[in-house]
Design a protein around this ligand. Structure first.
Ligand code: TXA
Ligand code: MG
Length: 328
């Protein structure tokens, strides 16, 4: 029996009862698929770490229906409220001090005094949280260190029987994990670049925020320390040509790109050539990134050559993921 179910009202009801009983359900969000458990149930949260093979020092994001709901578990300063008004529901996660009342499992925040909270926009995610009546702790629904899933099949391939049910809700519109912004210190800092960019935040609030360079001490987000987002075959960045045994992840036109030893990249078989965006649209590229890396990983090529992606706007998030994929 397949554990993948279309997200009908019945399936959502069933998923909610699995979660109420302490089980794990993968569900779609606008960023990537999440592996959900009841955030208030420590044993259920522990099952997430086990299913993913995730180090217990790496905290999880807790998903809510609204800022009001999240405010039961974190202390939200005015700037957090302003960000929520502009970007929630949507692909932004805020790190905030935990509220005095400790409803959420300590394991979810890995014992830290802060908690990562997010209000997702995807309809199925929202219906599921509403039906449950409790917040969902949910990392990306993949084995720790491998590619984030943007389809139900990716989840099944990566986690298999470790998950009780997979709610299918199509592909993920954003396609990259949420932007993580730390609001728990004096100055807001983006710990993980994502669909909401520093420019978006500056435009909306007038406040300039910086990306955590990691060069002033250790990165503040434990997850950013890890090997991450890795296909099984090697990834080579800034490729200006392709080797005969490589697949190509293109960005923009491939008209003039050659294959070493003769031939043109544009003539590669379709399974070995994927274009993030032929027109050079960075949002389109972000939404295609993981599914194309998944596909090229399975193409039979011995490595993936990746063309340069401009390091601006959402391109910063794309390059963050590509650099991790290449260093793995
Ligand atoms: O788009 C997303 O954010 C997806 C969907 C399912 O919502 N979730 C996701 O979760 O990407 P995950 O667990 O794969 O990534 C969470 C990141 C990790 O890098 C983790 O270290 C960081 O957020 N994080 C979580 N809680 C934190 C905290 N209290 N302080 C600093 N970093 C934290
Ligand atoms: Mg992840």
């Amino acid at each position: 029996m397949s554990i993948i179910a279309a997200a009908s009202q019945d399936a959502i009801q069933k998923a909610a009862s699995i979660l109420t009983d302490g089980g794990l359900v993968a569900f779609p969000t606008e960023t990537v698929y999440g592996l959900g458990a009841n955030a208030l149930d420590g044993k259920a949260v522990a099952r997430i770490f086990e299913a993913k093979g995730r180090p217990a020092f790496n905290p999880l994001i807790v998903h809510y229906l609204s800022l009001e709901d999240a405010a039961q578990d974190v202390v939200a300063p005015d700037f957090a409220k302003e960000l929520a008004a502009h970007f929630w529901p949507g692909p932004l996660t805020m790190i905030l001090p935990r509220a005095r009342e400790r409803r959420v499992s300590e394991l979810a925040s890995a014992g830290l005094p802060t908690l990562a909270v997010r209000v997702p926009a995807h309809e199925t995610a929202r219906k599921l949280i509403k039906t449950c009546g409790f917040p969902l702790a949910a990392p990306s629904a993949n084995r720790s260190g491998s590619l984030s899933p943007t389809s139900p099949q990716h989840v099944a391939d990566s986690l298999g029987g470790a998950v009780d049910m997979i709610l299918a809700g199509g592909t993920c519109a954003v396609g990259l994990e949420s932007t993580v912004i730390d609001l728990s210190a004096d100055e807001p800092v983006i710990l993980r670049p994502g669909g909401v960019t520093a420019e978006d935040i500056e435009r909306a609030t007038g406040l300039t925020v910086f990306y955590d360079g990691g060069d002033h001490g250790k990165p503040r987000s434990p997850g950013q320390l890890l090997k991450h987002y890795a296909p099984k075959i090697p990834v080579r960045l800034n490729a200006v040509d392709v080797s005969p045994n490589e697949a190509l992840l293109a960005f923009g036109s491939v008209k003039f790109m050659g294959v070493r030893g003769g031939g043109f990249a544009k003539d590669l078989p379709t399974e070995k050539l994927k274009n993030l965006s032929e027109t050079g649209d960075l949002y389109e590229a972000a939404s295609n990134l993981f599914s194309m890396l998944h596909a090229l990983d399975k193409s039979g090529a011995s490595a993936i050559a990746v063309m340069n992606v401009p390091d601006q706007g959402v391109g910063i998030a794309i390059n963050d993921r590509l650099k991790r994929a290449a260093n793995a």
